[in-house]
Design a protein around this ligand. Structure first.
Ligand SMILES: NC(=O)c1ccc[n+]([C@@H]2O[C@H](COP(=O)([O-])OP(=O)(O)OC[C@H]3O[C@@H](n4cnc5c(N)ncnc54)[C@H](O)[C@@H]3O)[C@@H](O)[C@H]2O)c1
Length: 253
């Protein structure tokens, strides 16, 4: 008899940031594991590309995640058409590299709305009984090693990613009695389009430093996708409120 505790057949998850990088790799893996998916992103062409690589049923939602009203409306409409959810992964996010003297309130607010507040808004909607399927409830939020350890010129991003850790723990407590698990993943540097955009502004010395910070080398999007699949599966049924470092050893040093 087949034994695959990562089998997600019969479950439905929403994935944000599904057009690119970690969100795209996660969507493809979850779909290959049998899940039905709601793919969310701003980038519609990217969504269609991810959809074409998913073997199982998908529903596309073009949402700007900094717009709370749009999140609520579009997810409510989706549930009527596609069905209730077992969980979601909030993966969409953006970096904000600036030394303290260059940090702007406006940019901080925009990055916070996407990286952090969208997770709260998604959790509010997901935990509503009209949206939550009522079993196998699991939510995965994406933090960063820079939500866990310090790095210069990263105060705005660190604010958003350490906030994810606090949200994860608070919601894990609030929803334990309903058996909805909340966990987050703190990735090290992963080779994605987001990182490529940053790499162009790094000199060779910094790139060497980055490599040295990761004893196992830089990560691949699949390294994070595997962790999301585990946290969604029943293998993680006793795991909630955790911060999973998936960082090639970055934070072990
Ligand atoms: N790549 C890394 O090294 C790394 C390390 C640690 C944490 N992270 C985190 O992982 C997550 C994914 O990063 P990635 O490297 O895959 O990035 P990416 O740039 O490849 O993908 C981000 C996706 O988010 C979408 N997005 C951006 N703004 C949006 C908005 N307002 N509404 C809806 N969608 C929007 C983009 O269109 C894109 O598809 C982010 O939260 C990032 O902070 C990445």
């Amino acid at each position: 008899m087949e034994c695959n505790p990562l089998n997600l057949r019969g479950r439905r998850y929403l994935v944000t940031g599904a057009s690119s990088g970690i969100g795209k790799a996660t969507s493809i893996l979850l779909s290959r594991l049998g899940a039905e998916l709601v793919l969310v992103d701003l980038n519609v062409d990217g969504l269609k590309c991810t959809q074409s690589l998913c073997p199982n049923s998908t529903y596309l939602l073009d949402i700007n995640l900094t717009d709370s009203g749009a999140i609520k409306q579009k997810i409510s409409d989706m549930v009527v058409d596609f069905g209730k959810l077992n969980g979601f992964a909030h993966i969409a996010g953006r970096p904000y590299i600036a030394p303290l003297k260059g940090v702007s309130e406006n940019v901080c607010t925009e990055v916070y709305k996407l990286n952090t507040y969208a997770a709260i808004e998604l959790a509010k909607i997901f935990t509503n009984r009209k949206v939550y399927a009522g079993e196998h409830g699991s939510v995965v939020l994406i933090s960063s090693v820079y939500g866990v350890v310090g790095s210069a010129a990263n105060v705005g991003y660190a604010m958003t990613k350490s906030g994810i850790i606090g949200i994860t723990k608070a919601l894990a407590m609030e929803f334990a009695s309903k058996k909805i698990r909340f966990n987050c993943i703190a990735p090290g540097f992963i080779k994605t389009p987001m990182m490529d955009a940053n790499v162009n502004s790094f000199d060779q010395d910094y790139l060497d430093t980055l490599n040295n910070l990761h004893p196992l080398g830089l990560g691949e999007p699949d390294d994070i996708a595997f962790a999301v699949a585990y946290l969604f599966s029943d293998m993680a049924k006793w795991v909630t409120g955790s911060v999973m470092n998936v960082d090639g050893g970055f934070t072990a040093q």
